[in-house]
Ligand binder design. Sequence first.
Ligand SMILES: Cc1ncc(COP(=O)(O)O)c(C=O)c1O
Length: 393
Amino acid sequence: MPRPSSRISGIVPSGKDGWEVHFAAWTRKEAGEDIIMLSVGDHDFDTPLQTIEACVTAVRGSNHHYTPLPGLPRLRTAMAAASSACTGVETSPDQVIATPGGQAALYAAVQGVLDQGDHAIVVAPYYATYPNTFSAAGADFTVVETPAEDGFQPRADMIRAAIRPNTRAILINTPNNPTGAVYSRERLEQLAEVCREHDLWLLSDEVYWTLGGGEHVSPRSLPGMAERTLVINSMSKSHGMTGWRMGWLTGPEKMITLMINLNLVTTYGLPAFISIACSEALENRYGVSEIAERYAARRTVLLDAMRGMNDVTVRGSEGGMYVMLDISAVEPDDEKFAWALLDNEKVGVMPGSSFGEAAAGHIRISLCQPEPVLREAALRLRRFASSYGREAA
Ligand SMILES: Cc1ncc(COP(=O)(O)O)c(C=O)c1O
């Protein structure tokens, strides 16, 4: 075979490979063991019935043809309304572009603001695809951690210190995967100041915005930020539609118009019947409050069951689909902890260090299981942590 491009060869998984714990747990569960999987980030329930019915009607209704590159007008209108609600900034359909999932919106955003050799700042802990999305654009990046003891909130002074002459963008995610931290207005205001000062783009991944605890603040709503913020959004989490692949990007109209040309050479538009079903789901908020309530209740159940546990501290964990536990007082090596938890109590979690240095000494617990399962998992975790190391002593 002739040589593949270095661009494609450069897309390789990065960081410590915590996925090994996940795959081992998965394999053992498939083999019939009573494993509780708390490592996956996908809903344990189906898409709301109304959305499914809307899709069936649309596919039967002869919607089988090409769609406009930025999305069906009805879809863009519905997305613009959702962006107005998410970001607190009145948004027109010309300021949004539909993409196949939030990941494609993120890819488009990175392609749209960074040239080969440009530099970006990625605020960590971060979603696993971030580094490679920059590598795929030939861009360089610096990871700036958010300290665990600060609840994984971003620190403007640390971000400012990482800026170089060729820095063009900062990428943040709130509510955050993996930490569940919901960035505060104050910290976002400080971050916005850095962006304005250095004329930077802010790429804001807000795919968990409906699953927040407390106020969701979009940096797009802060003074002078609408012109320099690109918001990544998705129906995967909010509407229970991970497998449908529908997301969108919101930003200044001029930038969105340029993005349409990217769709010309990539997706060439989205499936018509899915676009219609998604329009209806967005217009009617199908499942949104039920899904948000379900995750809020699960978070409460898990955190209540963990309360008073010796040597285990909850960090972040205010929103999103995950809870982050500091287990360093029990075992400083989070990977070792995760493997031992799997072996001794049959609970699969993600070691925090797979998400960067700030999350080392932590484990990430997914809330994608029903409440009784989460209660049982908490019981096993409590038993495990309280007896850990005793046998060896
Ligand atoms: C923070 C974050 N951003 C983006 C995505 C991508 O989601 P999707 O492509 O399904 O919309 C995910 C998925 O887990 C995520 O956790």
